[in-house]
Design a protein around this ligand. Structure first.
Ligand code: 13P
Ligand code: SF4
Length: 314
């Protein structure tokens, strides 16, 4: 038996024995996506974590996602197969920096992207994901100042769509930062008939918003969360798409619409953190019930408030 088949068989067996559910993000390795019970974006995976009746959640994603699942489902055991699965965007603001920012803006409402630590969430009013950032901003009264963190591109996107002035933290993701105008324009010249799907964390998202507003030059461009892209390609009439996000998503796109062509803006757009989870580590995680994600109760009690608001606004 091949090593891969051995792990897949054992993972399925252990999952049943232990009443575990495997949640995987759209950027995970193809073999991890294929063995998962649910593959999705941050919002979809959080929603599933809130309603599952499994005793164990194995989170094939990065640390903040597993932490969010633990806060939502405190009585379940939440496992992360590799403890080093972090996120450069979540690391782009510290709790000390947030406290200073709040002190400088005492009446502002704090909106934190879900890509943040539990500690940051515990000092926030709302959480949001890339699929509901605009709706979350719309839910805040217009007379309130907003501090949006940590992603500057998602913050600017939400500000542009809602036409609100928002104070945006200067953070970014190291993978999406590199998906800029030069790479996107090159891909557009190479695939002139393709529709363009852009994740709002990409640095090229700013110019796409600017151009669509001023020059109507981006009518072929859509800005989506990862699962937004998966849902869109199914219903679009286009047969070719330029994909501006981490390349792991292409596995899901091919699954839902295999007859279409997907052209990544850059084949190097790979999140090393997401790729840390392998079948062997997933097997090890289920078998030994490691690595358990724990959130101190004092933090979890406060962090659940903005997370619940995020889950209510879809
Ligand atoms: P999505 O919620 O769109 O899947 O994004 C998560 C993420 O980490 C993007 O880098
Ligand atoms: Fe974080 Fe960027 Fe990786 Fe998403 S792609 S998990 S934002 S480092």
């Amino acid at each position: 038996m091949l090593e891969k088949d051995f792990y897949v068989e054992q993972i399925k067996k252990l999952k049943k024995e232990k009443n575990a559910v495997i949640l995987a993000h759209n950027y995970e390795r193809p073999e991890i996506q294929d063995v998962a019970d649910l593959v999705g974006d941050s919002l979809g995976l959080s929603q599933e974590a809130s309603k599952t009746d499994a005793s164990i959640i194995v989170f094939c994603g990065v640390h903040f996602m597993a932490e969010t699942a633990k806060i939502i489902s405190p009585n379940k055991k939440v496992l992360l197969p590799d403890v080093d699965a972090g996120c450069s965007l979540a690391d782009s603001i510290t709790i000390e920096q947030l406290r200073i920012w709040k002190k400088e803006n005492p009446n502002a409402v704090v909106v934190s992207y879900v890509n943040t630590t539990a500690e940051i969430k515990s000092e926030s009013d709302y959480c949001c994901t890339s699929s509901n950032a605009v709706e979350v901003v719309r839910a805040i009264p217009t007379n309130k100042d907003i501090l949006f963190l940590p992603d500057r591109y998602l913050g600017n996107y939400a500000a542009a769509v809602t036409r609100r002035e928002i104070n945006v933290w200067n953070g970014s993701c190291h993978v999406h930062e590199k998906i800029g105008d030069i790479n996107l324009n090159y891909a557009k010249r190479k695939y002139p008939n393709a529709e363009i799907l852009v994740h709002p964390e990409c640095s090229c998202s700013s110019s796409c918003i600017h151009k669509s507003a001023l020059f109507k030059d981006c009518k072929n461009t859509k800005i989506f969360s990862t699962s937004g892209m998966v849902n869109y390609v199914k219903k679009s009439d286009a047969s070719e798409f330029i994909i501006a996000t981490e390349t792991g998503i292409i596995h899901q796109l091919k699954k839902v619409a295999p007859e279409k062509k997907y052209r990544p803006v850059s084949k190097d757009s790979i999140c090393e953190y997401m790729k840390l989870t392998t079948l062997e580590k997933l097997y090890n995680s289920l078998q030994k019930e490691v690595f358990e994600v724990v959130v101190p109760e004092t933090i979890a009690k406060k962090a659940i408030i903005p997370i619940k608001r995020m889950l209510e606004i879809c």
